[in-house]
Design a protein around this ligand. Sequence first.
Ligand SMILES: CC(C)(COP(=O)(O)OP(=O)(O)OC[C@H]1O[C@@H](n2cnc3c(N)ncnc32)[C@H](O)[C@@H]1OP(=O)(O)O)[C@@H](O)C(=O)NCCC(=O)NCCS
Length: 153
Amino acid sequence: MTRIRPETPGDTAAISDLLIRAFDGPAEARLVDQLRRDGDLDLSLVAVEDGRIVGSIVLSPLRAPFPARALAPVAVAPDRQRAGIGTALIAAAFAARPGHTIVVLGDPAYYARSGFRPVGWDCAYAGPFLQAAGPHMPERATIAYAPAFGALG
Ligand SMILES: CC(C)(COP(=O)(O)OP(=O)(O)OC[C@H]1O[C@@H](n2cnc3c(N)ncnc32)[C@H](O)[C@@H]1OP(=O)(O)O)[C@@H](O)C(=O)NCCC(=O)NCCS
C-alpha cells in the first residue's frame, strides 16, 4: 500500500536519492536542498511503500497577485512509475493547500490529467510548459518563483 505523508528530517537523504534516480542527475535534488536551506520548502510530501520512499512532491512559495504555490519537483522511483503515485502526490498537494492555485512547469501531456492548463502569465519560465490549476486563473498575472530556482538556469 502507498501512504502519502509530510517529509520528516530523517527522509532528506532518501528524497535526494530518489530525485537523482528519477531525473538521472543532481539538479532537482540540489534545488530541493536549497529550498529547504532557504526556508522555502512550503510543503514536501513523500509516498512510502513498505517503509521505502517511492515518491516526492515539493511546493514552494510563489510571488503572485493571488494565493499560489509552485510545484517542483514531483518524482516517482523509476521502478514504481505508471502506478498512479505521481497523480496521487499531486492530488495530495492540492488537498494540503486549499484556496491556492498551483503552478507547474512541465509536460502538458502529463499535467493535464491533474487539471492543469497552460497559462500565459508573465514569468521567468513563460512558455508552453507553464501551467496552472486552482481557484485563481486570471487571464494575466505576473508571478515569480523562489530564489532557489535561479540557480537552475
Ligand atoms: C512524471 C512522473 C512524476 C509521473 O509519475 P507516475 O507515478 O509515473 O505517474 P502516474 O502513474 O500518476 O501517471 C502515469 C501516466 O502518466 C503518463 N506520463 C508519465 N510521464 C509522462 C510524460 N512526461 N508525458 C506524458 N505522459 C506521461 C504515463 O503515460 C501514464 O499514463 P498511462 O497510465 O495512461 O500509461 C514520473 O514519471 C517521474 O518521476 N518522472 C521522472 C521525473 C519527472 O520528469 N518529473 C516531472 C517533472 S517535475
